[in-house]
Design a protein around this ligand. Structure first.
Ligand code: SF4
Length: 466
């Protein structure tokens, strides 16, 4: 059977999908000069090939099928599997329609089609509902699914074949130029675990299947295979909570070193799942960047959303230690929790600049279908275009802030964080205390200018919005 795997490129700005926001995807439509620049860099460094399709390719090729791959052109085939997203579903369904006109059987995979099948079912022959591998194995056996087809999560992740990057990616991951830790083209995603054992009610990473891990042996075998085929690969661990199990992480570091693998990698985790000893070992094994959620400066707001707050002193300690080791840090923040108002978001922006991670990503609280937060906010939804559930657009009626105010605060956060001398000093990893003190003094002057410019709409002295 000829099977086409479609990881479609958006025709409207850069879209991250596959494992981004659990697979719902994210699109930054720039709304300021700073976000225009960030969108540009995202396009260069975040366009990584799909690990879901690479694993599907391995399953299908193992069964002897002819696997083809496309990012948008129409390809001859018998069946096409399309990676779904929420933020670009119109482009995906339009492509599916064109392929169906050519007689190709179409199936969608991914969380968006699983949780919002009504957006896709008029444009396909089947939807693989759940993690895709079980459904893809059925297809590999020659049984083409029909309609909404349940796909149970694979309990033993070690039983899956390693992703076949040669079948689903061009050469973009081989370019050596780096902006921070990531090379152009992004690197190779790897899933060492799936799901998350935490309970953040807004998070899509925990709603498809439970938390499962691969054995260290299986992960290192996959890394070794990558190193054999690509010199010094950059690996992006896409686990939602990479360092959940400390001993397993240490074991992984030891295994990478004992096999003499030369690679660098990044991972996403919670800061309370890191300590300085673990960081030292991870760095020695190749860790060069970490990302983590801070979300809000207010612990009570976090608790209301099922998220366990992390002590600020620990957050600072980990970030300072990372920067000493030369590890790039990226912190995520969310605006628009129901408890948020002007002063709480102002406090979160202040906290973000003070914490001083290398990068910060500010996003709008978005209720994704299937999450507990979606059920809570469904009566307040005002946005009817699902593509606008992109992480940057207000989608529900907030009790304290209008959509315009939320967007304004989001823009202000990016400007305050990135147009700041100490941002550049952190980016360049300047540790010299004389320079850092000088830069901090310059920061205060620039910050005052930002505040004066934003003062008509953004009153920092108010405890709550009038
Ligand atoms: S810790 Fe992160 S990945 Fe886990 S549920 Fe919370 S937001 Fe999601």
């Amino acid at each position: 059977m000829r099977v086409v795997l479609a990881d479609l490129k958006s025709d409207r700005g850069f879209v991250g999908k596959d494992t981004v926001v659990g697979g719902f995807g994210s699109r930054l439509d720039p709304f300021s000069r700073v976000t225009r620049l960030i969108a540009h860099f995202k396009r260069q460094f975040h366009d990584t090939p799909s690990v879901q399709l690479a694993t599907s390719a391995a399953i299908l090729a193992r069964a002897g099928h002819d696997v083809r791959w496309t990012r948008g052109s129409l390809v001859e085939g018998d069946v096409a599997l399309v990676l779904s997203s929420l933020v670009d579903y119109r482009n995906e369904t339009a492509w599916a329609d064109r392929m169906r006109e050519r007689g190709v059987t179409i199936g969608f995979i991914g969380i968006a089609a699983s949780k919002l099948p009504r957006l896709f079912e008029g444009h396909c022959d089947f939807i693989v509902n759940g993690e895709p591998e079980t459904g893809v194995m059925q297809l590999a056996r020659g049984a083409v699914p029909r309609g909404m087809t349940p796909s149970d999560p694979v309990a033993d992740l070690d039983s899956l074949p390693f992703p076949r990057w040669d079948l689903v990616s061009g050469n973009q991951a081989h370019l050596g130029f780096k902006w921070s830790a990531r090379p152009v083209g992004g690197g190779y995603p790897l899933l060492a675990s799936r799901g998350c054992p935490e309970f953040c009610t807004y998070c899509p990473h925990r709603i498809v299947a439970s938390y499962r891990t691969r054995s260290v042996g299986s992960i290192v075998d996959e890394l070794e295979r990558l190193c054999d085929r690509h010199p010094r690969p950059y690996v992006i661990f896409r686990d939602p909570l990479f360092s959940e199990q400390r001993d397993r992480c240490l074991h992984l570091c030891d295994a990478i070193r004992s096999r003499g693998l030369t690679l660098t990698f990044e991972a996403e985790t919670r800061l309370d799942r890191l300590d300085t000893i673990l960081l030292d070992r991870l760095h020695a094994a190749g860790l060069r960047a970490i990302s983590f959620g801070v979300e809000s400066a207010d612990p009570a707001t976090l608790r209301k959303s099922g998220r366990r707050p992390i002590a600020p002193a620990h957050q600072r300690e980990i970030i300072v230690h990372c920067h000493r080791k030369g590890i790039v840090t990226a912190a995520f923040y969310v605006f628009g929790f129901l408890q948020d108002d002007w002063s709480s978001i102002a406090a979160t922006i202040e906290y973000a600049t003070e914490l001083g991670s290398t990068f910060a990503q500010f996003k709008m609280l978005t209720p994704y279908p299937g999450t507990p937060m979606f059920r809570q906010l469904e009566p307040l939804l005002v946005e009817t275009d699902w593509e606008k559930f992109d992480g940057y657009t207000p989608t529900f009626r907030h009790p304290n802030l209008s959509a315009g105010e939320l967007r304004y605060l989001l823009g202000a956060a990016y400007t305050r964080f990135y147009v700041r001398p100490s941002y550049f000093a952190t980016f360049l990893n300047i540790q010299n205390s004389v320079v850092r003190n000088l830069v901090r003094r310059m920061d205060r002057r620039i910050d005052d200018r930002h505040k004066r410019a934003q003062a008509p709409r953004f009153d920092y002295r108010e405890v709550s919005h009038p």
